[in-house]
Design a protein around this ligand. Structure first.
Ligand SMILES: [Cu+2]
Length: 136
């Protein structure tokens, strides 16, 4: 190999390394702020769903206060489903969000205590959480 072609090889190698370094990093969006915002007396919680967890997965809400959960699914069909108790058969509500979409539900909890949050599709993978309803 001549000196020239060796130099060319080195340059090509360096160039490819430089190019690789320039690719934008593939990063998930930052997790939502766990602190709710308040709009027209409604508490708004942003939630991110990604296999297999809600972020955040613990919420504290005042009783008899309308709250809106705005959920974005990063990677799959996830649900934000709430029961009064884990053992209950019936859901209080069930928000379903396809991958890449955002949807929301507004609910007023009328009883204090811990409510069971889960994703219907991924409960078995541990995609669960708690909504704690407290006296104001
Ligand atoms: Cu899920």
């Amino acid at each position: 190999m001549s000196k020239k072609s060796l130099l060319l090889c080195i340059l090509i190698a360096l160039f490819s390394i430089a190019l690789a370094g320039c690719e934008p990093p593939v990063e998930p969006p930052p997790p939502p702020d766990p602190t709710p915002t308040v709009v027209n007396d409604v508490l708004i919680f942003e939630v991110q769903a990604e296999e297999f967890q809600f972020t955040p997965n613990e919420f504290v809400v005042p009783v008899n206060q309308p709250v809106t959960f705005v959920m974005t699914s990063i990677d799959d069909f996830h649900t934000f489903t709430v029961k009064r108790d884990e053992a209950d058969e019936e859901n209080l509500f069930n928000l379903q969000v396809l991958a890449g979409f955002t949807d929301e539900i507004t609910w007023t909890f009328e009883e204090t205590g811990d409510y069971y949050l889960y994703c219907i599709n991924h409960e078995d993978e541990g995609m669960v959480g708690t909504i704690t309803v407290v006296e104001e």
